[in-house]
Write a new protein. Structure first.
Length: 440
Protein backbone atom coordinates (compact mmCIF):
# COMPACT_ATOMS: atom_id res chain seq x y z
CA UNK A 1 0.00 0.00 0.00
CA UNK A 2 1.44 3.35 -1.03
CA UNK A 3 1.47 6.45 1.20
CA UNK A 4 -1.16 7.96 -1.10
CA UNK A 5 -3.57 5.24 0.02
CA UNK A 6 -3.06 6.04 3.66
CA UNK A 7 -4.50 6.74 6.17
CA UNK A 8 -6.70 3.78 6.91
CA UNK A 9 -9.11 5.96 8.86
CA UNK A 10 -12.07 3.75 8.00
CA UNK A 11 -10.38 0.96 9.98
CA UNK A 12 -10.57 2.87 13.27
CA UNK A 13 -13.11 4.26 15.69
CA UNK A 14 -12.27 7.84 16.62
CA UNK A 15 -14.28 9.71 19.27
CA UNK A 16 -16.39 12.64 18.16
CA UNK A 17 -15.85 16.22 19.21
CA UNK A 18 -18.85 15.98 21.52
CA UNK A 19 -17.52 12.81 23.17
CA UNK A 20 -14.18 14.40 24.10
CA UNK A 21 -15.62 17.70 25.30
CA UNK A 22 -15.01 19.62 22.10
CA UNK A 23 -17.78 22.07 22.89
CA UNK A 24 -16.31 24.90 20.80
CA UNK A 25 -16.25 22.90 17.58
CA UNK A 26 -19.13 23.60 15.18
CA UNK A 27 -19.30 19.92 14.17
CA UNK A 28 -19.97 18.01 17.41
CA UNK A 29 -20.74 14.71 15.68
CA UNK A 30 -17.60 14.68 13.53
CA UNK A 31 -14.44 12.87 14.56
CA UNK A 32 -12.23 14.88 16.84
CA UNK A 33 -8.68 15.79 15.86
CA UNK A 34 -6.98 12.89 17.61
CA UNK A 35 -3.22 13.46 17.83
CA UNK A 36 -2.60 11.38 20.94
CA UNK A 37 -1.79 7.96 19.51
CA UNK A 38 1.66 8.24 21.08
CA UNK A 39 -0.11 7.87 24.43
CA UNK A 40 -3.08 5.64 23.57
CA UNK A 41 -3.99 4.47 20.09
CA UNK A 42 -7.66 4.31 19.09
CA UNK A 43 -9.70 1.14 18.73
CA UNK A 44 -9.55 -0.53 15.32
CA UNK A 45 -12.61 -2.16 13.83
CA UNK A 46 -10.61 -5.34 13.41
CA UNK A 47 -9.65 -5.41 17.10
CA UNK A 48 -13.27 -4.91 18.11
CA UNK A 49 -14.31 -7.81 15.87
CA UNK A 50 -11.65 -10.20 17.12
CA UNK A 51 -12.34 -9.42 20.78
CA UNK A 52 -16.03 -10.05 20.23
CA UNK A 53 -15.23 -13.33 18.49
CA UNK A 54 -13.16 -14.46 21.48
CA UNK A 55 -15.95 -13.48 23.85
CA UNK A 56 -18.29 -15.61 21.75
CA UNK A 57 -15.89 -18.56 21.89
CA UNK A 58 -15.60 -18.14 25.65
CA UNK A 59 -19.40 -18.09 25.86
CA UNK A 60 -19.99 -21.10 23.59
CA UNK A 61 -16.95 -23.30 24.18
CA UNK A 62 -15.42 -22.20 27.47
CA UNK A 63 -12.30 -24.23 28.30
CA UNK A 64 -12.54 -26.15 25.03
CA UNK A 65 -11.48 -22.93 23.27
CA UNK A 66 -7.91 -23.57 24.35
CA UNK A 67 -7.68 -26.37 21.79
CA UNK A 68 -10.73 -26.15 19.51
CA UNK A 69 -11.60 -22.78 18.00
CA UNK A 70 -14.16 -21.96 15.28
CA UNK A 71 -11.76 -19.43 13.67
CA UNK A 72 -8.78 -21.81 14.04
CA UNK A 73 -7.18 -19.60 16.72
CA UNK A 74 -6.88 -22.00 19.68
CA UNK A 75 -5.96 -20.01 22.75
CA UNK A 76 -2.84 -22.08 23.45
CA UNK A 77 -1.38 -20.79 20.17
CA UNK A 78 -2.93 -17.33 19.85
CA UNK A 79 0.33 -15.56 20.72
CA UNK A 80 1.88 -17.37 17.75
CA UNK A 81 -0.31 -15.23 15.50
CA UNK A 82 1.31 -12.11 16.94
CA UNK A 83 4.96 -13.19 16.90
CA UNK A 84 5.62 -12.91 13.13
CA UNK A 85 4.00 -9.47 13.06
CA UNK A 86 6.11 -8.35 16.02
CA UNK A 87 9.18 -9.70 14.27
CA UNK A 88 8.43 -7.66 11.14
CA UNK A 89 7.91 -4.48 13.13
CA UNK A 90 11.17 -4.69 15.10
CA UNK A 91 13.35 -6.31 12.44
CA UNK A 92 13.83 -9.64 14.16
CA UNK A 93 13.47 -13.37 13.65
CA UNK A 94 10.25 -14.86 14.93
CA UNK A 95 11.99 -16.83 17.67
CA UNK A 96 13.61 -13.62 18.95
CA UNK A 97 10.32 -12.03 20.05
CA UNK A 98 7.67 -12.87 22.61
CA UNK A 99 4.24 -11.38 23.25
CA UNK A 100 3.85 -11.31 27.01
CA UNK A 101 3.48 -9.33 30.20
CA UNK A 102 3.82 -5.59 30.58
CA UNK A 103 6.65 -3.28 29.63
CA UNK A 104 8.25 -2.75 33.03
CA UNK A 105 7.79 -6.37 34.09
CA UNK A 106 9.53 -7.43 30.88
CA UNK A 107 12.27 -4.88 31.50
CA UNK A 108 12.91 -6.42 34.91
CA UNK A 109 13.02 -9.91 33.38
CA UNK A 110 15.57 -8.82 30.81
CA UNK A 111 17.66 -6.90 33.34
CA UNK A 112 17.62 -9.88 35.69
CA UNK A 113 19.25 -11.89 32.93
CA UNK A 114 21.51 -9.29 31.35
CA UNK A 115 22.53 -6.87 34.10
CA UNK A 116 25.38 -8.75 35.78
CA UNK A 117 27.52 -6.15 37.54
CA UNK A 118 31.08 -6.86 38.61
CA UNK A 119 33.34 -4.73 40.83
CA UNK A 120 34.84 -3.15 37.73
CA UNK A 121 31.88 -3.12 35.34
CA UNK A 122 28.66 -2.21 37.10
CA UNK A 123 27.17 1.01 35.68
CA UNK A 124 23.93 1.46 33.77
CA UNK A 125 24.17 4.18 31.12
CA UNK A 126 20.86 5.88 30.38
CA UNK A 127 19.29 9.22 29.54
CA UNK A 128 18.77 11.64 32.42
CA UNK A 129 15.06 12.00 31.70
CA UNK A 130 14.10 8.46 30.84
CA UNK A 131 10.47 7.53 31.37
CA UNK A 132 9.97 7.34 35.15
CA UNK A 133 9.07 3.65 35.15
CA UNK A 134 12.41 2.88 33.54
CA UNK A 135 14.21 5.01 36.09
CA UNK A 136 12.45 3.21 38.92
CA UNK A 137 13.44 -0.12 37.38
CA UNK A 138 17.09 0.92 37.04
CA UNK A 139 17.22 2.06 40.65
CA UNK A 140 15.57 -1.05 42.04
CA UNK A 141 17.82 -3.36 40.01
CA UNK A 142 20.93 -1.54 41.19
CA UNK A 143 19.77 -1.68 44.80
CA UNK A 144 19.03 -5.40 44.45
CA UNK A 145 22.71 -5.89 43.65
CA UNK A 146 23.75 -3.92 46.73
CA UNK A 147 24.97 -0.94 44.72
CA UNK A 148 24.44 2.78 45.16
CA UNK A 149 22.28 4.34 42.41
CA UNK A 150 24.25 7.58 42.74
CA UNK A 151 27.36 5.85 41.40
CA UNK A 152 25.93 2.90 39.48
CA UNK A 153 23.49 4.84 37.28
CA UNK A 154 25.25 7.06 34.78
CA UNK A 155 22.87 9.58 33.22
CA UNK A 156 23.48 11.69 30.12
CA UNK A 157 21.79 15.09 29.87
CA UNK A 158 21.41 17.50 26.95
CA UNK A 159 23.94 20.28 26.78
CA UNK A 160 23.03 23.55 28.46
CA UNK A 161 20.42 25.40 26.42
CA UNK A 162 19.56 22.29 24.36
CA UNK A 163 16.61 19.94 24.69
CA UNK A 164 17.82 16.71 23.09
CA UNK A 165 20.92 14.56 23.38
CA UNK A 166 23.67 14.74 20.80
CA UNK A 167 24.63 11.41 19.29
CA UNK A 168 28.29 12.35 19.63
CA UNK A 169 27.91 12.93 23.36
CA UNK A 170 26.38 9.48 23.84
CA UNK A 171 29.09 7.78 21.79
CA UNK A 172 31.85 9.72 23.53
CA UNK A 173 30.49 8.74 26.94
CA UNK A 174 30.41 5.08 25.98
CA UNK A 175 33.97 5.30 24.66
CA UNK A 176 35.20 7.04 27.81
CA UNK A 177 33.26 5.09 30.43
CA UNK A 178 32.72 1.80 28.59
CA UNK A 179 35.11 -0.18 30.76
CA UNK A 180 32.84 0.47 33.75
CA UNK A 181 29.48 0.18 31.99
CA UNK A 182 27.63 -3.11 32.31
CA UNK A 183 24.49 -2.03 30.49
CA UNK A 184 23.60 0.67 27.97
CA UNK A 185 19.84 1.19 28.01
CA UNK A 186 18.04 3.99 26.21
CA UNK A 187 14.57 4.50 24.79
CA UNK A 188 14.37 4.12 21.01
CA UNK A 189 12.25 7.27 20.82
CA UNK A 190 12.34 9.62 23.79
CA UNK A 191 8.84 9.97 25.20
CA UNK A 192 9.12 13.66 26.17
CA UNK A 193 10.99 15.19 23.25
CA UNK A 194 10.21 12.68 20.50
CA UNK A 195 13.91 12.25 19.67
CA UNK A 196 14.70 9.08 17.70
CA UNK A 197 18.04 7.93 19.01
CA UNK A 198 20.75 6.63 16.68
CA UNK A 199 20.10 3.06 17.75
CA UNK A 200 22.44 1.35 15.32
CA UNK A 201 25.51 3.46 16.12
CA UNK A 202 24.85 3.45 19.88
CA UNK A 203 24.46 -0.33 19.88
CA UNK A 204 27.64 -0.75 17.84
CA UNK A 205 29.65 1.48 20.16
CA UNK A 206 28.30 -0.31 23.23
CA UNK A 207 29.27 -3.70 21.82
CA UNK A 208 32.75 -2.43 20.94
CA UNK A 209 33.24 -1.56 24.61
CA UNK A 210 31.96 -4.92 25.84
CA UNK A 211 28.67 -3.55 27.16
CA UNK A 212 25.26 -5.18 26.97
CA UNK A 213 22.88 -2.98 24.97
CA UNK A 214 19.12 -2.96 25.55
CA UNK A 215 16.31 -0.67 24.38
CA UNK A 216 12.91 0.47 25.59
CA UNK A 217 10.82 0.66 22.41
CA UNK A 218 7.57 1.92 23.94
CA UNK A 219 7.54 4.96 21.65
CA UNK A 220 9.47 3.38 18.79
CA UNK A 221 7.62 0.21 17.77
CA UNK A 222 5.03 0.97 15.13
CA UNK A 223 6.47 4.48 14.85
CA UNK A 224 9.94 4.19 13.31
CA UNK A 225 11.78 1.48 11.32
CA UNK A 226 13.77 -0.97 13.45
CA UNK A 227 16.35 -3.67 12.67
CA UNK A 228 17.13 -5.17 16.06
CA UNK A 229 18.62 -8.41 14.77
CA UNK A 230 20.93 -6.83 12.21
CA UNK A 231 22.00 -4.10 14.64
CA UNK A 232 23.05 -6.73 17.17
CA UNK A 233 20.82 -5.44 19.96
CA UNK A 234 20.97 -7.76 22.97
CA UNK A 235 17.42 -7.22 24.20
CA UNK A 236 14.48 -4.86 23.92
CA UNK A 237 11.07 -4.39 25.52
CA UNK A 238 7.94 -2.51 24.49
CA UNK A 239 4.30 -1.85 25.22
CA UNK A 240 1.58 -2.01 22.56
CA UNK A 241 -1.11 0.46 23.54
CA UNK A 242 0.51 3.50 21.92
CA UNK A 243 1.35 3.23 18.23
CA UNK A 244 0.19 -0.41 18.09
CA UNK A 245 -3.35 0.43 19.28
CA UNK A 246 -3.86 -2.65 21.47
CA UNK A 247 -5.99 -0.89 24.08
CA UNK A 248 -5.32 0.59 27.54
CA UNK A 249 -2.93 -1.60 29.48
CA UNK A 250 -2.52 -3.91 26.48
CA UNK A 251 -0.15 -6.86 26.49
CA UNK A 252 3.54 -6.09 25.84
CA UNK A 253 6.50 -7.68 24.08
CA UNK A 254 10.19 -8.36 24.29
CA UNK A 255 13.14 -9.22 22.08
CA UNK A 256 16.24 -11.27 22.80
CA UNK A 257 18.86 -11.74 20.09
CA UNK A 258 19.29 -15.35 19.02
CA UNK A 259 23.00 -15.21 19.88
CA UNK A 260 21.89 -15.59 23.50
CA UNK A 261 19.70 -18.65 22.93
CA UNK A 262 22.18 -21.14 24.37
CA UNK A 263 23.46 -18.80 27.07
CA UNK A 264 20.56 -17.05 28.76
CA UNK A 265 17.90 -19.18 30.40
CA UNK A 266 14.96 -17.49 32.14
CA UNK A 267 15.82 -16.82 35.76
CA UNK A 268 12.15 -16.56 36.72
CA UNK A 269 10.48 -19.37 34.85
CA UNK A 270 6.77 -19.99 34.34
CA UNK A 271 4.77 -22.75 32.74
CA UNK A 272 3.88 -20.81 29.58
CA UNK A 273 7.58 -20.62 28.73
CA UNK A 274 7.76 -24.43 28.73
CA UNK A 275 7.80 -26.01 25.26
CA UNK A 276 4.24 -26.47 24.01
CA UNK A 277 4.65 -30.15 23.10
CA UNK A 278 4.79 -31.17 26.77
CA UNK A 279 3.44 -28.07 28.51
CA UNK A 280 0.08 -29.60 29.32
CA UNK A 281 1.67 -32.82 30.56
CA UNK A 282 2.69 -30.70 33.58
CA UNK A 283 6.20 -32.15 33.90
CA UNK A 284 8.11 -31.31 37.10
CA UNK A 285 11.20 -30.05 35.25
CA UNK A 286 11.12 -26.83 33.25
CA UNK A 287 12.08 -27.21 29.59
CA UNK A 288 12.03 -23.71 28.11
CA UNK A 289 11.18 -22.78 24.57
CA UNK A 290 14.44 -21.84 22.87
CA UNK A 291 14.73 -18.08 22.47
CA UNK A 292 12.69 -15.13 23.69
CA UNK A 293 9.48 -17.09 24.13
CA UNK A 294 11.06 -19.16 26.87
CA UNK A 295 10.71 -16.09 29.09
CA UNK A 296 6.92 -16.37 29.04
CA UNK A 297 5.53 -17.08 32.47
CA UNK A 298 1.74 -17.20 32.60
CA UNK A 299 -0.86 -17.78 29.92
CA UNK A 300 -1.60 -14.39 28.33
CA UNK A 301 -4.99 -12.69 28.27
CA UNK A 302 -6.82 -13.92 25.19
CA UNK A 303 -8.83 -10.70 24.97
CA UNK A 304 -5.66 -8.60 25.09
CA UNK A 305 -4.03 -10.79 22.44
CA UNK A 306 -7.08 -10.54 20.18
CA UNK A 307 -7.15 -6.76 20.45
CA UNK A 308 -3.45 -6.51 19.59
CA UNK A 309 -3.73 -8.99 16.74
CA UNK A 310 -6.57 -7.00 15.18
CA UNK A 311 -4.49 -3.83 15.11
CA UNK A 312 -1.39 -5.60 13.82
CA UNK A 313 -3.43 -7.00 10.95
CA UNK A 314 -4.16 -3.40 9.95
CA UNK A 315 -0.42 -2.71 10.00
CA UNK A 316 0.07 -5.70 7.72
CA UNK A 317 -2.58 -4.42 5.33
CA UNK A 318 -0.78 -1.06 5.26
CA UNK A 319 2.48 -2.75 4.26
CA UNK A 320 4.08 -2.52 7.71
CA UNK A 321 6.65 0.19 8.42
CA UNK A 322 8.06 1.30 5.05
CA UNK A 323 4.96 3.10 3.70
CA UNK A 324 3.89 4.15 7.19
CA UNK A 325 7.23 5.77 7.88
CA UNK A 326 7.11 7.66 4.58
CA UNK A 327 3.63 8.92 5.38
CA UNK A 328 4.63 9.76 8.95
CA UNK A 329 7.46 11.98 7.77
CA UNK A 330 5.09 13.78 5.39
CA UNK A 331 2.50 14.48 8.07
CA UNK A 332 4.99 15.54 10.73
CA UNK A 333 6.71 17.90 8.31
CA UNK A 334 3.33 19.41 7.44
CA UNK A 335 2.35 19.90 11.06
CA UNK A 336 5.74 21.42 11.83
CA UNK A 337 5.43 23.81 8.88
CA UNK A 338 1.99 24.95 9.99
CA UNK A 339 2.98 25.40 13.62
CA UNK A 340 6.09 27.42 12.80
CA UNK A 341 3.91 29.90 10.91
CA UNK A 342 2.16 30.84 14.14
CA UNK A 343 2.72 34.35 15.49
CA UNK A 344 3.43 32.70 18.83
CA UNK A 345 6.20 30.41 17.60
CA UNK A 346 9.85 31.08 18.38
CA UNK A 347 12.74 28.85 17.22
CA UNK A 348 14.38 26.88 20.00
CA UNK A 349 17.65 28.67 19.32
CA UNK A 350 16.00 31.99 20.18
CA UNK A 351 14.58 30.95 23.53
CA UNK A 352 17.08 32.90 25.59
CA UNK A 353 15.54 32.83 29.03
CA UNK A 354 13.00 30.84 30.98
CA UNK A 355 11.94 34.14 32.49
CA UNK A 356 10.55 35.29 29.15
CA UNK A 357 7.29 37.08 29.94
CA UNK A 358 5.77 36.71 26.48
CA UNK A 359 3.40 33.80 25.90
CA UNK A 360 4.91 31.76 23.10
CA UNK A 361 6.01 28.25 22.24
CA UNK A 362 8.90 26.44 20.63
CA UNK A 363 9.34 22.91 19.33
CA UNK A 364 11.86 20.83 21.25
CA UNK A 365 11.69 17.81 18.95
CA UNK A 366 14.60 17.50 16.48
CA UNK A 367 13.98 19.25 13.17
CA UNK A 368 15.67 16.48 11.17
CA UNK A 369 12.90 14.02 10.16
CA UNK A 370 15.33 11.12 10.51
CA UNK A 371 15.89 11.99 14.17
CA UNK A 372 12.25 11.92 15.26
CA UNK A 373 9.10 9.86 14.95
CA UNK A 374 5.45 10.91 14.62
CA UNK A 375 5.60 13.47 17.39
CA UNK A 376 6.23 17.14 17.94
CA UNK A 377 6.72 18.36 21.49
CA UNK A 378 5.69 21.98 22.04
CA UNK A 379 7.29 23.81 24.98
CA UNK A 380 5.21 26.76 26.20
CA UNK A 381 6.69 29.85 27.74
CA UNK A 382 7.01 31.37 30.25
CA UNK A 383 8.20 28.12 31.82
CA UNK A 384 6.38 27.23 35.02
CA UNK A 385 3.65 29.83 34.51
CA UNK A 386 0.78 27.39 34.02
CA UNK A 387 0.32 28.69 30.48
CA UNK A 388 0.49 25.24 28.92
CA UNK A 389 -2.34 23.85 31.03
CA UNK A 390 -4.67 26.72 30.15
CA UNK A 391 -3.89 26.39 26.46
CA UNK A 392 -4.29 22.62 26.61
CA UNK A 393 -7.75 22.90 28.16
CA UNK A 394 -8.95 25.33 25.48
CA UNK A 395 -7.40 23.14 22.77
CA UNK A 396 -9.44 20.19 24.06
CA UNK A 397 -12.58 22.34 23.94
CA UNK A 398 -11.80 22.77 20.24
CA UNK A 399 -11.72 18.99 19.83
CA UNK A 400 -7.95 18.71 19.43
CA UNK A 401 -6.72 15.86 21.62
CA UNK A 402 -3.00 15.89 22.31
CA UNK A 403 -1.06 14.96 25.39
CA UNK A 404 0.01 17.27 28.22
CA UNK A 405 3.29 16.79 30.03
CA UNK A 406 3.62 18.94 33.11
CA UNK A 407 4.70 21.55 33.51
CA UNK A 408 5.04 23.07 30.05
CA UNK A 409 4.84 20.59 27.13
CA UNK A 410 2.04 19.53 24.80
CA UNK A 411 2.80 16.58 22.54
CA UNK A 412 1.04 16.28 19.18
CA UNK A 413 1.47 13.10 17.14
CA UNK A 414 0.08 12.77 13.60
CA UNK A 415 -0.17 9.00 13.16
CA UNK A 416 -0.06 7.76 9.55
CA UNK A 417 -2.62 4.97 10.05
CA UNK A 418 -5.52 7.30 10.78
CA UNK A 419 -4.47 10.97 10.72
CA UNK A 420 -4.66 13.23 7.68
CA UNK A 421 -3.50 16.60 6.40
CA UNK A 422 -6.76 18.07 7.67
CA UNK A 423 -5.91 16.94 11.20
CA UNK A 424 -2.61 18.81 10.98
CA UNK A 425 -4.34 21.92 9.66
CA UNK A 426 -7.05 21.79 12.32
CA UNK A 427 -4.47 21.32 15.08
CA UNK A 428 -2.51 24.38 13.98
CA UNK A 429 -5.64 26.49 13.51
CA UNK A 430 -7.16 25.65 16.87
CA UNK A 431 -3.87 25.94 18.72
CA UNK A 432 -3.65 29.52 17.48
CA UNK A 433 -7.19 30.17 18.68
CA UNK A 434 -6.46 28.56 22.04
CA UNK A 435 -3.43 30.78 22.62
CA UNK A 436 -5.41 33.84 21.48
CA UNK A 437 -8.01 32.95 24.11
CA UNK A 438 -5.45 32.56 26.88
CA UNK A 439 -3.55 35.78 26.16
CA UNK A 440 -6.64 37.95 25.57
Amino acid sequence: MSPAQLPLLSHFYLPTNAQVGGTLRPDPDSSCTYLCGNSLGPLSHRSSTLVQEELDVWRTRAVVGHFSHPQNRPWTKLADEVSPLFADLVGAKEGEVACMGTLTANLHLMMNSFYKPTPGRYKILCESKAFPSDQYAFTSQVLAHGLDPATAILEISPREGEYTLRESDILDTIAKEGHSIALVLFSGVQYYTGQFFAMESITKKAKEQGCICGWDLAHAIGNVPLSLHDWGVDFAVWCTYKYLNSGPGGIAGLFMHEKWNQVERPRFAGWWGHELSTRFDMPPEFSPIIGAQGFQQSNPSVLALASLLGSLQVFKEAGMMAPLRERSIELTLLLESLLTQSKYFVPASQVKSQANSKVCFTIITPTNPLERGSQLSLLFLPVGSGTMKRIFDVLCQHGVIGDEREPDVIRLAPIPLYNSEKDCQDAATYLEKAIDTVVS
